[in-house]
Write a protein of this length. Structure first.
Length: 163
């Protein structure tokens, strides 16, 4: 049976990282994320979308190290980054206490000024940027999956809804 011809416009990429130890995890994941995101042709503001997705990824990874692991970088985090026709998906796995970020209320923002305290906005940023955030507790691991659609799916859905 002949191989199906490959469409030159269709790209996919996948990277798996297992993080632990004294390494700059945030920089490593940012660079890997940039590389994988190059394979995604976002419809609306591609560069801005890629940057925002990387910020959301950094925020959630920072939360794992800061809260689940109390700053202990020796504890493991598995990161899977994938891109394809669907868009971009990141899956983070950690062994911290069970924590579903979807259950955290969105913090109130002052109407007329910037927040006066730092912290507490990472989950809100991820919610605002990503199209889907899913959580499961599997065995002793938190599994957080965030997805950013390429843009066509959302446009098609909006067109159908407006129809």
């Amino acid at each position: 049976m002949p191989a199906e011809p490959r469409d030159a416009n269709r790209m996919s990429a996948r990277i798996e990282l297992r993080l632990s130890g004294a390494v700059d995890h945030l920089r490593l994941v940012w660079q890997a994320g940039e590389t994988v995101l190059e394979a995604v042709s976002f419809v609306d503001d591609p560069e801005g979308t890629r940057y925002n997705v990387l910020v959301a990824l950094q925020e959630m990874l920072s939360n794992i190290y800061r809260h689940a692991y109390a700053g202990d970088a020796t504890k493991p985090v598995a990161v899977e980054l994938s891109a394809g026709d669907h868009g971009f998906t990141v899956t983070l796995r950690d062994q911290g206490p069970a924590f579903d970020p979807r259950t955290i209320p969105t913090p109130a923002l002052p109407d007329d000024r910037l927040p006066t305290h730092s912290g507490g906005f990472g989950i809100m940023i991820a919610r605002a940027v990503m199209d889907a955030i899913d959580y499961q507790r599997i065995g002793d691991s938190n599994v957080l999956k965030m997805t950013k659609a390429i843009g066509v799916h959302r446009a098609a859905t909006a067109a159908v809804a407006a129809g």
